[in-house]
Design a binder for this molecule. Sequence first.
Ligand SMILES: *Cc1c(COP(=O)(O)O)cnc(C)c1O
Length: 473
Amino acid sequence: MRYISTRGKAPDLGFDDVLLGGLARDGGLYVPATWPRFTDDEMRAMVGLSYHGLATRIMQRFTNEALGLDELTSIVAQTYAKFGHPAVAPLKQLEGGIWLMELFHGPTLAFKDYAMQILGRLFDQVLKTRGQRATIVGATSGDTGSAAIEACRGREAIDIFILFPKGRVSPVQQRQMTTVDAGNVHAIALDGTFDDCQDMVKALFNDLAFRDRHQLSAVNSINWARLLPQIVYYFWAGLALGAPDRQVAFTVPSGNFGNVFSAYAAEALGLPIAKLVVATNENDILARFFNTGRMEIRDVKPTLSPSMDIQVSSNFERLLFDLHDRDGEATARVLKNFRQSGNFTLFEDKMDRTAKIFEATEVDDLATVKRIAAEYEASGEILDPHSAVGVEASVRARLSGRLGDDVPLVSIATAHPAKFPDAVERATGVRPALPPRLADLMRRKERMSVLANDYATVARFISERTCTNEDAA
Ligand SMILES: *Cc1c(COP(=O)(O)O)cnc(C)c1O
């Protein structure tokens, strides 16, 4: 499988280069050159596979030139063996024809573990094969940083530096980053905001000499290898509920459009998906877009579901590319216009195409809290605020009657309630407990470095703690 850039001007690459490179050199994102479709018979043969067996079967089509089947099989099996539930991604039935797929059984209790845990191992494997090292640098407002640290801890070929805004992440999220005891992990509390952290990371990447010397890599969801493992759980749920002989629908609580793009990819691979419901909080740029055809940036508002407090969804570019019949120049034109004016509008023919598969709903904080309370009362199920945004959107989609009664609707639970205990306690009166393996998290010893928001300080800190490719050679 080769990968092409959404802006049409970067060289096409194999899986290993896409993995290590992240962003394409023309500023675009890499996507598979074609969507390899599974036949109905091939999908029927997947029914009954274990989660890791299914993951290998699906991912193999995308990694086959870069990675042997044995290597992939072993990476995938090791990854999901460590998850906290034997089903890995268990399905539960709620009332009203809605199912909940729990994607919070990984080490840091959010769905990002399902891909990040694979990514860390893939990085290590590919780097070792090439005799190289890499330095992963990232900014986080919470979930991504802890998932990345947990995925890279102790890996021989990687050093990882995660910047978070000092005093501005939740206590659970901070401790998940600062209590990891591994020499290659560096949690940096930057004296600044999340935007300052992001600007700092951008500045490090734009310093080309620094970037090359330390072989900087990114693990945010612009990396195709973050999206690939997420395709698997859509097949997992779909096959469990009757696909390929029955259609299924999904609701995905969305921010950067990474998770729901993986669902779109599953459809492109042949999974019969009747509808994808994009659920947003009050930062509703995606909901407004799907309902009007106009993408327009507004200010970011803090909400109870902070991992979805995003205005510009970086992965949307991948959908835009398909909607423009994979014409990179046309995609680049729309995005350039968007950067300059803060908005763009798609023509009706393109919106008709998106409406065949996508619909979108905005759920505000009040409706989120009410949904957590209602679900607790109805079934005893405790939802985190992100998952509750999804379930509320699912209930509304069911009530609209647009979805056939015979189509199961699977709502994605993206985080464990104990990750956001304050909102959950407010809605239910119950403070959710961390799972046993994390029960002592708040008592573990913290290790972090507090750094000034100053480029030279941060660059020096990283240089002193990494060994460059020249040193290694
Ligand atoms: C990252 C995240 C999301 C949003 O997912 P995207 O792929 O960015 O759309 C939703 N919920 C939780 C808990 C998250 O950590």
